[in-house]
Design a protein around this ligand. Structure first.
Ligand code: ADP
Ligand code: MG
Length: 334
């Protein structure tokens, strides 16, 4: 497998703020790789370092085996799609897309051919003459994509490209983006703060927290084998039992994370862990209920699916027996 990108020991400070703290990662050629984390965790800074818009304080950026650390942005074989699209407002769709081809002095006839092809790909055929202001958010997003894809970069950097779109359109564009990535076989490095988006699109995800990477893994492992409390908590719903409580209530020697789908409510079977807790909040979620249980010191979230013949009194304060098995918990480093 070819390595498209390798970051080694990247550090970047802005004054007192450590935006990136010893970042190390490798992305394979053709991979859909996401940088996921809350706002301010260093994702955009990392992308800018890869693109060459920011110079790191230490470390090396390697693209396809070449150290590009001291190579300026326009000579790196990467292209960036920004959240705000950065289209030229006075130019129509066609000129926006053709811009980089003109700079590169690609012959006119070839330009026409490439533009035709890319317009079909991103479903903007017939929109050549429109200005960005005459397009919807989704269409503007497609122009921005077309403008980057037309350069056939080996690596495409995308910074929250769907952030400005409403939920329905975002979900539709997620599928289109993924299809484009497969079709062009370009390495995508995709920044998002939306865990659902990262989980559904990525081959692998790097979880960012305060400038550090907490875990790099497949979506499946990120969900089922989170390495830290931060990752377990950031991805999906989980209950985290810290070591002191794990010892006190379950004679268990490690902090652990427990997903809601593994908690049995009032089960009459034998399970490894059991505790009595009160219902303290009930959220209706359509096909199921999300229930928060409390004891004096613990909080546990479980799901209740009404279809399962089981009868459950959802009144706040109702006492339930909660049970789960050792095989379904994940030990946490912290
Ligand atoms: P994210 O994209 O994950 O939201 P950023 O990479 O934009 O995070 O920012 C990481 C940290 O670096 C934040 O604390 C941010 O305020 C800080 N930061 C980013 N860019 C600059 C800058 N140009 N000057 C000063 N601080 C910055
Ligand atoms: Mg950002």
């Amino acid at each position: 497998m070819t390595t498209a990108l390798k970051l080694s020991n990247i550090n970047k400070r802005y004054g007192d703020v450590s935006a990136l703290l010893d970042i190390n990662l490798e992305v394979n050629d053709g991979e859909f790789f996401s940088l996921l984390g809350p706002s301010g965790s260093g994702k955009t800074t990392c992308l800018k370092v890869i693109a060459g818009f920011e110079i790191p304080d230490t470390g090396e950026i390697n693209l396809f085996g070449e150290d590009v650390s001291s190579i300026p942005p326009f000579n790196r074989d990467v292209n960036t799609v920004f959240q705000d699209y950065a289209l030229f407002p006075h130019m129509n769709v066609k000129d926006n897309i053709a811009y980089s081809l003109k700079i590169k002095k690609i012959p006119k006839i070839e330009q026409e051919h490439l533009i035709e092809e890319i317009l079909l790909t991103v479903k903007l055929h017939g929109y050549e003459q429109r200005k960005p202001s005459e397009l919807s958010g989704g269409q503007r997003q497609r122009v921005a994509l077309a403008r980057s894809l037309i350069n056939k970069p080996k690596v495409l950097l995308l910074d929250e490209p769907l952030g400005a779109l409403d939920l329905k359109l975002r979900e539709q564009m997620q599928i289109e983006l993924k299809n484009l990535q497969r079709q062009f076989q370009i390495t995508f490095i995709y920044v998002t703060h939306d865990q659902q988006e990262a989980m559904s699109m990525s081959d692998r995800i790097a979880i960012f927290n305060e400038g550090k990477i907490e875990q790099i893994d497949t979506p499946n492992n990120i969900y089922n084998k989170p390495k830290t409390a931060f990752v377990a908590d950031f991805i999906g719903t989980t209950s985290i039992i810290l070591k002191s409580n794990a010892l006190k209530y379950f004679h268990y020697e490690s902090s652990f994370s427990l997903r809601p789908e593994f908690i049995f409510i009032n089960s009459d079977q034998n399970h490894d862990f059991n505790i009595e807790a009160q219902i303290s909040d009930v959220q209706y979620q359509g096909s199921f209920y999300k229930i928060l249980f409390k004891t004096n010191e613990l909080e546990l979230t479980s799901f209740f699916y009404p279809k399962t013949n089981q009868i459950l009194d959802l009144t706040l304060g109702t006492k339930c027996k909660l049970s789960w098995d050792k095989k379904n918990i994940t030990n946490l480093n912290e």
